[in-house]
Design a protein around this ligand. Structure first.
Ligand SMILES: Cc1cc2nc3c(=O)[nH]c(=O)nc-3n(C[C@H](O)[C@H](O)[C@H](O)COP(=O)(O)OP(=O)(O)OC[C@H]3O[C@@H](n4cnc5c(N)ncnc54)[C@H](O)[C@@H]3O)c2cc1C
Length: 257
């Protein structure tokens, strides 16, 4: 068995200024109805980058074609040379299918670190808005906030047990609003909009981070501008798109419906 990442991964990594490594699955665990955790071992410090970064994994789709999928790093264990990802599973796609079957010792072709959105160190408060696919990034970023500060989470979930928690410094003011999706479509922003409407924004120029479904994130971005945030106070990234697989390179397609 080869112990090297695929040549295409090495070439892509060189183009994007990242590193390609062949990791192995250390463990997997189902954390909730919609979220699996996978721990990957190998070159962890480099691949995991800094809070907000993600890694790109090379997988096979149902037709045996190679695709890449991106997942935010949730946590880094330097001593164990491992990092963890939280992967949503309540849909059928190469990523969700892979993580449910992944076995310890299995090789995984990984490119990292990827991503350009990081914590704004000057912000007096940080607002994280999205769905379960954003939780890993939200919690890792929030755990790196310098004190004193505030972290506010507005997260839409599909099942009550998807409201996973994370340990934070006691001096970090934390507000968490979990909105149950109920029967709404995955492209319906109403749930997150109602969560945002219920929130009085703290004083000062905070920063908002929007990670989730393509259409929903666009509407939430406009809603935050309407609430008086400036464009440079909002970091926005569509992680997936309702009704469409992400493209081969791992991002949602930006074509109009
Ligand atoms: C920078 C970046 C970071 C990301 N980080 C994470 C992360 O930490 N955790 C994570 O779970 N995802 C994350 N994603 C999203 C993940 O890469 C996509 O959800 C991916 O499309 C899922 O791949 P898949 O192969 O399972 O499904 P795909 O083949 O992409 O999609 C199959 C079908 O499932 C639907 N679908 C995809 N994702 C969801 C979902 N979350 N809920 C409901 N339906 C869905 C699609 O609309 C499509 O109809 C990230 C994406 C980017 C770009």
């Amino acid at each position: 068995m080869t112990r090297e990442p695929d040549d295409s991964s090495k070439q892509l990594a060189a183009r994007v200024g990242a590193v390609a490594s062949l990791c192995e699955v250390a463990s997997t665990a189902q954390l909730s109805t919609s979220i699996y955790q996978v721990a990957l071992r190998g070159n962890a410090v480099t691949l995991a980058g800094t809070p907000g970064n993600d890694v790109m994994i090379r997988l096979d789709d149902a037709k045996g074609r190679h695709v890449r999928r991106r997942y935010s790093v949730r946590d880094l264990d330097v001593a164990a040379d491992e990092f963890t990802l939280w992967i949503t599973i309540e849909h059928d796609g190469p990523g969700s299918v892979w993580v449910k079957k992944a076995q310890p010792g299995e090789p995984v072709d990984v490119i990292g670190p990827r991503g350009k959105i990081h914590l704004d160190p000057s912000a007096p408060w940080h607002l994280f808005i999205g769905d379960a696919s954003g939780l890993a990034a939200f919690y890792r970023m929030a755990q790196s906030i310098e004190l004193p500060s505030r972290a506010i989470f507005i997260v839409e979930i599909d099942a009550s047990d998807d409201a996973l928690s994370a340990p934070f410094d006691e001096q970090l003011g934390v507000t968490g609003i979990f909105v149950n999706r109920e029967q709404r479509s995955t492209s319906d922003p109403a749930g997150l909009l109602s969560g945002l409407a219920a929130l009085a924004l703290p004083p000062g120029d905070g920063h908002a981070y929007l990670f989730g479904e393509f259409h929903v994130m666009r509407v939430l971005q406009s809603a935050l501008l309407d609430r008086g945030l400036q464009p440079d106070q909002i970091s926005h990234k569509a992680f997936w798109r309702s009704g469409r697989s992400n493209a081969e390179h791992g991002e949602p397609e930006k074509v109009e419906d």
